[in-house]
Ligand binder design. Sequence first.
Ligand SMILES: *Cc1c(COP(=O)(O)O)cnc(C)c1O
Length: 463
Amino acid sequence: MSRSAHPAGPRHADVLPEGHYSAPPADLNALDPKVWSRTVERDERGTVTVGGIAVTDLAEEFGTPAYFLDEADFRARCRAWADAFGPDADVFYAGKAFLSRAVVRWLTEEGLNLDVCSGGELTTALSAGMPAERIAFHGNNKSEEEIEKAVRAGVGRIVLDSFQEIVRVAHVAQSLGRRQRVQIRVTVGVEAHTHEFIATAHEDQKFGIALAGGQAAEAVRRALKLDGLELVGIHSHIGSQIFDMAGFEVSARRVVQLLTEVRDEHGVELPEIDLGGGLGIAYTSEDDPREPHEIAKALNEIVSRECEAAGLRTPRISVEPGRAIVGPTAFTLYRVGTIKPLDGLRTYVSVDGGMSDNIRTALYDAEYSVALVSRTSDAEPMLSRVVGKHCESGDIVVRDAFLPSDLAPGDLLAVPATGAYCRSMASNYNHALRPPVVAVRDGEARVIVRRETEEDLLRLDVG
Ligand SMILES: *Cc1c(COP(=O)(O)O)cnc(C)c1O
């Protein structure tokens, strides 16, 4: 990444403050297709449109802040993943990235499977008609009630996350007279980050059962003995927003090593491996994500090579992209309120949302892009920080961005690539009303998750 504390271009002072920014873009009105959803463009007046509808019309009809989801783009990404992996593999969409009943229907229609990790996500999936056998149930602390609900519904797999859960799920299944298909989630000692991965000797985190010290092999031993369980495979998820395939390579190699040990010890070849999700997307023009077909090719090659070397039949592979499907398909639309230039520093641009609709900047120091979308501007670029309206100085949406210096209250800003982990992590902090999600397709916009109202807030407050 090219970052500079002293970029060329217009300055508020001789020395610009430290920040995650490079030189201002050549054209502030340009929309980089890497970070905007497929149908986003500017019309002849310079207004940004999505699915053929101008953001000014969307703001008028649905208000701000609001998330606008490009349905054609979402469906195209589902198909790209399904096509890339083909009929001999399974793509599970990670519902925690963003889940609603409309999304479940799109997934069902496009042939994808679904990961859920709570009773609430499971209820949403089932209520919108996702066949239970296409659902995988995850989580490091599933309750007895959640396990029972999943087993009764007949979910395709439960991913076991601890020794206690092996017994718990077996017990529930047996008491219901079922044999539940399960995978065991292992931690392979690889932690992947955006641009690198770190192989650690031990895993200091809450998920999964360590391969190290023979723990995962012991988990397999126990699961194979229990009548309520049908152990079908091994699961490994190494992180999020990953661009480098090296972490997946190490992970696949170690999982296949475990499959080999299991065959040697028990004479059983487990038929499935799941390599998790975590594939990165472009939040800014500096990010270069892989296409699904490149990812599929790389993963298939690694797994078949390792299995061939071990004399194993190649297992059925599954992957679990969340962000890589929904992330790029939505933007958040905000209206500009207060503008506060701080001499020698930057201009603080306050919008009508903030950390209640996008916590990722505060939580992970995430980077985002932003653009003026209600009009074009030829004004000079101005180093800006887009902030929300909450009572926290860390309430930042976009830490460093260049916006035109004629920006004015009432203008509309859009932050792209907010489809994943924004609405799903939204909160009511300061009693904010969580924004709606509006699906846009072929000139039509419809609310798929409505805006919260003050009545919704008061309904929960029963004191
Ligand atoms: C979060 C998660 C995913 C999806 O991660 P993305 O970064 O959204 O692709 C997949 N699998 C598991 C087990 C997860 O916890």
